[in-house]
Design a protein around this ligand. Sequence first.
Ligand SMILES: O=C([O-])CC(=O)C(=O)O
Ligand SMILES: [Mg+2]
Length: 234
Amino acid sequence: MRTVVVTGPPRADAQDVAALGAHGVATVHESMGRTGYLGPRLRPVHLGHRVAGTAVTVLSWPGDNLMIHVAVEQCRPGDLLVVATTSPSTDGMFGELFATALQHRGVRGLVIDAGVRDVAELGAMGFPAWSAAVSAQGTVKATPGAVNVPVTIGGQVIRPGDAILADDDGVVCVPRSRVADAVRAAEARAAKEEATRAAFQEGQLGLDRYGLRDRLTELGIEYVTYEQRLKDEA
Ligand SMILES: O=C([O-])CC(=O)C(=O)O
Ligand SMILES: [Mg+2]
């Protein structure tokens, strides 16, 4: 593989990314037409974090974290490191030493389609990470890869500078050119959900609020009393 390190790619607008971070992953994913979600394999290493940042991408050989070291130098405050491997791997490519270096550079977190280790230390440092695995398996620093090229995780293409939002529900990628739109859409959805929440707190049913009773009729779903059901079964 040819080693490519792309320096200084344009990032999504910092204010838009900050506004995105006010919303949950599910809200943003839904409001973008159910796109961008990296899938359930990417799990939070620790619960309770919600971060939004701009992607610095890494394509690494499995079991080799050389390119993560290269990528650290490319990171700026507000970035979020996104690591993919050229073939599936669960090795523990990332731990508290990397997190220390990234924290020093103002990096908001890590998304890695492989393993992390030093889980207790990452928790104590408050460094947010989402990974496909937790693994103590050590790795080498030997093989070329790429930094700041498009990578694919969970079927989603992540380009350098895209906005990444991650929380307890997982990770969503918003293309750099769509972040402002995504914020507007998320705000609209959040307002709609706020009204729904208030209605549910008052006891309104989803069946009525969403007009689902007609749907049940269309689907031919019948209501039968328990007694009738017993008779029918007899
Ligand atoms: O050094 C490594 O290979 C990964 C690790 O454990 C760390 O970053 O602390
Ligand atoms: Mg370590």
